[in-house]
Design a protein around this ligand. Sequence first.
Ligand code: GUN
Length: 294
Amino acid sequence: MAQILDGLKVSKVIKQEIKQDVEKIKAAGKRVPHLSAILVGNNGASKAYVNSKIKDCAEVGFQSSLHKFPSTASEAEILEKINELNNDPEVDGFIVQLPLPKQMDQEKIIMAIESRKDVDGFHPENFGRMALEMDTFLPATPFGILTLLEHYQIETKGKHCVIIGRSRIVGRPMSILMGRKDFPGNSTVTLTHSYTSHIEEFTKNADIVITALGDPYFLKGDMIKEGAVIVDVGITRVDADNERGYILAGDVDFDSCAEKASWITPVPGGVGPMTRAMLMKNTLLAYKHTIYKD
Ligand code: GUN
């Protein structure tokens, strides 16, 4: 029976450390870190994510600000707000919540973000720095997974890590990070995606499976090997007969996988809270100029 990679517990430790740092900053009479968010449109999940980020800021003692735009907003309006935040010395980092409405060029928007304030790590400069193993803002979900693996001292060196999904936010950066010369890292990485045939042939041979697919309960116990480490990034809303009208479902069929795995992340309480904590961490790093020194 698998042991739990308890993201909720580890995220609380990280947030507590950040909070203590903020207390010191305050005690020194200095301005506290400030995270800003741009939210465009009415996507329910996006609104919920942004609200959680604002809540997390309050919890660790950061200042936060939210800039909301209707789904009909023009790309120029968003670019103008980005320019304003880029030049605001009292904003340390900001995010543009994705996805954006179709009329907007996502690349152009992300490119407009000052890389020193890109606490999502989505700007090509930061993505490139990551690929070159330079100091950078790591995207929050991959950063959270690395921190979780590190916390539990999960051996990754020489292991076969299979990643499901090649999104720019999770799968693709994760594939680079697990192959880097560091801990966690030094894995042999297979990046699988929608055109991978017979995916179970890969997952059955994996020491570590990281799944970021968005397909509820996709990974079953008979698709993994005995003793594998299973990291579930999926959080899909599935209709349910409860007050909210939905539950959050992972990509992993937890019960059948937990019987065979050595370690497994639950949903909720696994990768999700780690992602949230790492955005706070990146904001603190931006405030302290840890990544970009000047
Ligand atoms: N949409 C889904 N995940 C994320 C994230 O981590 N950051 C932003 N900006 N948008 C997202």
